[in-house]
Design a protein around this ligand. Structure first.
Ligand code: APR
Length: 308
């Protein structure tokens, strides 16, 4: 195929991302992991599924970064997932070490690649990826907003008994419990959520969205969500490779937008072949802006812990 996407970390989210991407038939896929044999085995298994779905995608796996050479996109999912009772921030020290190693190795073999980061705590890991890779901010984007917004969309669709396709939600801010579900901008077939849902039901959906990741972690007991995070990454990869100029909520580096400087934060971004083409600035109310600032504070504190 014309494009090559390497996924670092062939665990639950990494291999599921490969699965969704293979189904889209947009790029050859490489899986890399430190566990010997596992990425090779998963890649071969997925490759053997291709004749059944009629997709001509080459999929390989390995433990050495050489096989990632000249990737158009590097997806980083390597790292520890949460256990019940943990916050995403509890993963910071362990995952920072893994992200450093993964990024240093990946950029050496694919100096022109765009990096899509999924490892948590997401906003901080995206920041670290940009710093370690030493590449322009436009070429690093973190996945969180599509997932958080999809969770909210699913909850609204269930509540109202309408198609998920009719529900549009925008969850911005940091990817933590202080994320900011924007109810004013969210709508069902154009009708604002607060005109359709009673205030208490809307508040319950906002709360469930904020805790959506934790809900899955406590059900699974080992590991965290992977189907929805992985399809969100696949959508971003597709938007970049197809140069779609697609606007999605995602973690991007802010350089004055929303009055913030020097952090990765969930905002509406336009994705195309060069990565983050544009950051869209919503007009926020004072209340929404206060929620943004509260969420950003947590991201800033975590970035400070990196001691870069
Ligand atoms: N290099 C490459 N792969 C690594 C490294 C490393 N240095 N360290 C760990 N890994 C691999 C593990 O071997 C494992 O296969 O990363 C993989 C992570 O997979 P899972 O444990 O299944 O975790 P997953 O559910 O995929 O979550 C990964 O994404 O959504 C986030 O919070 C989640 O931070 C977590 C990350």
């Amino acid at each position: 195929m014309d494009y090559k996407v390497s996924i670092i970390g062939a665990g639950m989210t990494g291999s599921t991302t490969a699965h969704w991407l293979a189904d889209k038939e947009i790029a050859d896929i490489v899986l890399v992991d430190i566990v010997e044999g596992m990425p090779q085995g998963k890649a071969l298994d997925l490759l053997e599924a291709m004749p059944v779905i009629g997709k001509d995608v080459n999929i390989i796996g390995g433990n050495e970064y050489q096989i990632t050479s000249d990737s158009d996109i590097v997806v980083i999912t390597a790292g520890l997932p949460r256990k019940p009772g943990m916050s995403r921030d509890d993963l910071l020290a362990a995952n920072a070490q893994i992200i450093r190693e993964a990024t240093q190795n990946a950029i050496r073999y694919s100096p022109e690649a765009i990096f899509v980061v999924l490892t948590n705590p997401l906003d901080v890991m995206a920041y670290l990826t940009m710093k370690v890779a030493g590449i322009p901010a436009q070429r690093v984007v973190g996945q969180a907003g599509i997932l958080d917004s999809a969770r909210m969309r699913a909850f609204v669709a269930m509540e109202l008994g309408v198609s998920v396709e009719n529900v549009h939600c925008y969850v911005l801010g940091g990817h933590g419990d202080e994320m900011v579900p924007l109810t004013r901008q969210s709508n069902v077939a154009g009708v604002p959520l607060n005109e359709i849902l009673p205030a208490d039901r809307l508040a319950a959906i906002v709360e469930r969205t904020r805790k959506g990741g934790g809900e899955i972690v406590s059900l699974l007991k080992t590991g965290s969500a992977f189907y929805a995070p992985a399809i969100a990454v696949a959508q971003m990869v597709e938007a970049i490779l197809k140069d779609k100029h697609l606007i999605v909520p995602a973690a991007a580096y802010l350089n004055g937008e929303y009055g913030m400087q020097g952090i990765f934060f969930g905002v509406p971004v336009q994705l195309g072949r060069t990565g983050v083409e544009k950051i869209i600035e919503y007009q926020l109310t004072d209340e929404e802006m206060a929620a943004f600032s509260k969420s950003a504070q947590g991201v800033k504190e975590n970035i400070a812990k990196l001691n870069l």
